[in-house]
Design a protein around this ligand. Structure first.
Ligand code: SAM
Length: 253
């Protein structure tokens, strides 16, 4: 098919994650805004400014979902460089999320200009992508849903060109005790309740909160990135909003 990747072997976690995102796909964007009071938009804006893409950049936006990163990326290169040659390949494991993403670009200058293409695939196995293909690999709020984080990072390394950059935006560990307590109350009590009210699906949001809890700390994740062959500078990460989220960066040098 035009997605180019159909036979995805599934683990139990993969199935669970697919169901979660199928259930919340159409409400996903509004829930993000409500749950983070719009702050996820600022984090994503910062993420793209940090990437600072130059004209002609080839981006693989993994777990791209409804296209928040892809759209910001194309918007940035257009505004900053008047560039319409940069391209993004948005890949996601969930067809419903991809459909929501396609709606966003339908009829827009970017979509018709062939600057964006969509693909169905699992971040852990990108056999349908040649090695050394992309300048930048992004994964935003996607990697904690994957079963084998190390496999995801290894695949990112393989598909990046030499000199290419891996960038991950993900929920992380809060570094301030007082904020951490507030955050726990918010995430374990309020988020599932909001999920129930808005998306009529408290359990999916409970899963999302638990997945944040289980994700490795900033330092442990930076080690996984280095173990996969990437070079990091300094700690390899930047905390956002007291570590509620973090950006990890690695270079294929
Ligand atoms: N990147 C988007 C954003 O920042 O708004 C979407 C993030 S959403 C929280 C997580 C996405 O990861 C979902 O669209 C889900 O389908 C996708 N996903 C989960 N597991 C995946 C996997 N193994 N491979 C590719 N995508 C995956």
């Amino acid at each position: 098919t035009h997605f180019g990747f159909q036979n995805i072997p599934e683990t139990y976690k993969e199935k669970l994650v697919k169901n979660v995102f199928s259930n919340v796909a159409s409400k996903y964007d509004v829930m993000n805004d409500v749950m983070s009071a719009g702050i996820h938009r600022l984090w994503k804006d910062h993420f793209i400014r940090k990437m600072a893409p130059v004209p002609g950049t080839r981006l693989l936006d993994m777990a791209g979902g409804t296209g928040d990163i892809a759209e910001r990326f194309l918007d940035y290169t257009k505004r900053k460089h008047n560039d319409t040659t940069s391209k993004v390949h948005l890949v996601d494991i969930n067809p419903e999320m991809l459909e929501e993403g396609k709606k966003r670009f339908m009829g827009s200058q970017f979509y018709s200009n062939d600057q964006i293409k969509f693909g169905l695939g699992n971040a852990e196995n990108l056999d349908f992508i040649e090695p050394n293909t992309y300048d930048v690999y992004t994964i935003a709020f996607g990697i904690r849903n994957c079963t084998h984080i190390d496999a995801v990072v290894r695949e990112a390394y393989r598909v990046l060109k030499p000199g290419g950059c891996f960038m991950c935006l993900e929920f992380s560990k809060v570094d301030t005790p007082f904020i951490s307590e507030l955050y726990n109350v918010f995430s374990f009590n309020i988020i599932p309740e909001l999920g129930r009210l808005i998306a009529n699906d408290g359990d999916s949001y409970k899963y999302l909160v638990e997945s944040i809890r289980k994700f490795p700390s900033q330092e442990d994740f930076a080690s996984i990135i280095r173990d996969s062959g990437f070079t990091t500078f300094g700690s390899g990460y930047e905390n956002l909003s007291f570590g509620i989220a973090a950006i990890h960066t690695g270079y294929k040098l």
